[in-house]
Design a protein around this ligand. Structure first.
Ligand code: PLP
Length: 234
């Protein structure tokens, strides 16, 4: 099932690129494997997928130990400061830096390990109460502060768009983040070289690609539905 799903997702990515006149080489599919077993990850791996996304530090660390070392693990979920030190040497990219304090913690732990950690700033474009992330209005200020941290490298921006019935409803969210991203690129802030835009999930990745996403995070579309425990989707 994973292989068939992947084929379909890859086709849809290609079509979206074609519609937008984009080179498919600019778009990386991050297969979101949270809650899914190693066997399913291996199936996707056998089809050539190397980028996998997890939203919990413990799960990412366990899978990191268990699975192939050439997998690129992406931390995409809200990160607690006390877990930063476990994840910074395992994830290739932290998509979900949602506060200055978290960035400071990453800087501190990265300095101890003499690492440079690549991050994206998570932006709550639609200003949903329930979501983490910087308000768009506060993001430039945060970028300018974090740009001064020697062990952290801002590679771009990430957003989680609202849950909607029709993905077209999220087009303005992606457009808005992309506009801001281009604006930031043009400001040539020292030590900031933004070339990654992480946006789009199973329900809306095609629209996100049309609007400029360079990383799409697709879980359900590849691995099928996740189970829910209580109120929290796991
Ligand atoms: C779970 C998750 C995804 C994938 O969601 P799907 O709708 O299953 O594709 C993408 N991004 C983040 C941040 C997630 O937590």
């Amino acid at each position: 099932m994973v292989l068939e799903n992947l084929e379909e997702v890859n086709q849809r990515i290609l079509s979206a690129c074609k519609r937008a006149g984009r080179d498919p080489g600019e778009v990386t599919l991050v297969a979101v494997s949270k809650t899914k077993p190693a066997s399913m990850i291996e199936e996707a791996y056998s089809a050539g997928i190397r980028d996998f996304g997890e939203n919990k530090v413990q799960e990412l660390c366990e899978k990191y130990e268990e699975l192939s070392k050439d997998i690129r693990w992406h931390m995409i979920g809200h990160l607690q400061r006390n877990k930063v030190k476990q994840v910074i040497d395992k994830a290739v990219l932290i998509h979900s830096v949602d506060s200055l304090r978290l960035a400071e913690q990453i800087e501190e732990e990265a300095a101890k390990k003499a690492l440079t950690v690549d991050i994206l700033l998570e932006v709550n474009v639609a200003e949903e109460e329930s979501k983490f992330g910087f308000r768009l209005d506060d993001t430039e200020c945060a970028i300018r502060k974090i740009a001064l941290f020697p062990h952290v490298r801002i590679k771009g921006l990430m957003t989680i768009a609202p849950f909607v019935e029709n993905s077209e409803e999220n087009r303005f969210v992606f457009k808005k983040l992309r506009q801001f991203y281009v604006d930031m690129q043009s400001k040539n802030i020292d030590n900031v070289n933004m070339n990654m835009l992480s946006m789009g999930m199973t329900g809306d990745y095609e629209v996100a690609i049309e609007e400029g996403a360079t990383l799409v995070r697709v879980g359900t579309g590849i691995f099928g539905t996740r189970y829910k425990i209580g109120e929290n989707e796991v």
